[in-house]
Ligand binder design. Structure first.
Ligand code: COS
Length: 381
């Protein structure tokens, strides 16, 4: 749902300009330094990018899902590591509190996420629990008015700079599956909380991940989000939303790569004419454009359904599956259209080709999306 076309149009124009004038020129620096430059972080704060989805009463812009997707598409048109920095505050790092937090938790944390003063992150994955998230082993044992957390979380996006960690941990050791899991807010500096070394990755340089380790880490009982045993279901709701957001990012990246490939194909000449006039190149451009358009339509349609309070678990996974696979193919064709040049670091397509590989993995692999879709089809039959 778009609440006010004119206001949204202004915001989109502002972000489109920020991406084009500030982020795209800083892509190589980001890749080399593996850090979002400080001045860009400051500009992101000023633009309100950390609080796009935080409700207005807590200092954010309170965007609807459709509005958020349109912004995600714009932000997708540059290195995904820029979006990743604001991604957790707008999504998986804050959503559990927005959905299920107490008023006190909302007042304490959401304004800090919205301003970008604090970074939040989402700690679900573990060394032994990736796709099978319900088998996680981190424990939270009640000890008076606090819980003691023990366990290790893995590949946690933005953990190196996070001030809060939304941790899923098992509060009931007798319940092996999803129902034994609760959700907690842990603050940086808590005793027994430590971080592993920053992970080295295939792509998305500048989007930082690391292990988060808990050793008898005390967490006030007031920091549980929802009740005991509600953590897994909340995490799934968070991911429903996150998967849709990532789908929007995939559309934006695809549109960027198509623009880069088209520009190259129109300028580069072979066989006496521009590449873009060779039919086999046209086929690749046309397939990419068609798939990206289909992806854009499905993501926006799902966002509108979610704004209308429909359950979109199946559709969110369908979007994530289609869009993540789509952008993989588009990136592959963009490299192909560039020929040998596409393998060179000098061209952005080389970097994006590696960056987009993550989209088929995080917030649920393509295979997990297939499983969610099929299960929901059976449930609805
Ligand atoms: N919304 C609300 N509730 C949901 C839900 C959703 N989208 N998905 C599952 N649930 C509920 C189920 O209804 C069930 O509740 P009950 O106990 O009341 O029956 C509970 O959660 C457990 O669900 P389920 O039985 O489906 O759990 P499984 O362990 O079989 O599988 C999958 C769940 C595989 C879908 C889940 O583990 C998953 O998404 N894995 C991928 C994790 C992931 O994306 N990791 C990325 C890390 S974050 S970057």
């Amino acid at each position: 749902m778009i609440r006010d076309q004119e206001t949204l149009g202004q915001l989109l124009a502002l972000i489109e300009r920020f991406v084009r004038e500030r982020l795209v020129p800083a892509e190589e620096r980001l890749a080399e330094d593996e850090r979002v430059p400080e001045e860009i972080v400051a500009e992101m704060k000023q633009l309100g990018l950390f609080g796009l989805t935080i409700p207005e009463e807590y200092g954010g812009l309170g965007l609807t899902m459709e509005e958020e997707i349109l912004i995600a598409i714009e932000l997708g048109k540059t290195s995904p590591a820029f979006r990743s920095l604001i991604g957790t505050n707008n999504g998986i790092g804050s959503a559990a509190i927005v959905f299920n937090g107490t008023e006190e938790q909302k007042r304490k944390y959401l304004p800090k996420y919205a301003s970008g003063e604090w970074i939040g992150c989402f700690c679900l994955t573990e060394p032994e629990a990736g796709s099978d998230a319900a088998s996680l082993r981190t424990t939270a044992t009640r000890d008076g008015d606090r819980y003691l957390l023990n366990g290790t979380k893995r590949y946690i996006t933005n953990a190196p700079m996070a001030q809060t960690f939304n941790v899923m941990a098992r509060t009931d050791p007798d319940i092996q599956g999803a129902r034994g899991i609760s959700s907690f807010i842990v603050e940086r500096g808590a005793p027994g909380l430590s971080l592993g070394a920053v992970d080295r990755k295939m792509g998305q340089a500048g989007s930082l991940t690391c292990d988060v380790i808990f050793e008898d880490c005390p967490v006030p009982a007031a920091n549980i989000i929802g009740g005991e045993g509600e953590g897994f279901i909340t995490a799934m709701k968070v991911l429903d939303r996150g998967r849709l957001h990532i789908s929007g990012v995939a559309v934006g990246i695809a549109e960027r790569l198509i623009a880069d490939a088209l520009a190259y194909a129109m300028q580069r000449r072979q066989f006496g004419k521009p590449l873009a006039e060779q039919q086999l190149i046209q086929a690749m451009l046309a397939d990419s454009r068609t798939e990206a358009y289909a992806a854009r339509c499905m993501v926006l349609e799902t966002a509108r359904k979610r704004d209308a309070s429909e359950n979109v678990t199946l559709e969110s996974s369908a979007c994530k599956l289609f869009c993540a696979e789509m952008v993989g193919k588009v990136a592959d064709r963009a490299v192909q259209i560039h020929g040998g040049a596409g393998y060179m670091a000098e061209y952005a397509v080389e970097r994006f080709y590696r960056d987009v590989r993550l989209l088929r993995l995080y917030e649920g692999t393509s295979q997990i999306q297939q499983l969610v879709i099929a299960r929901n089809m059976m449930r609805n039959a």
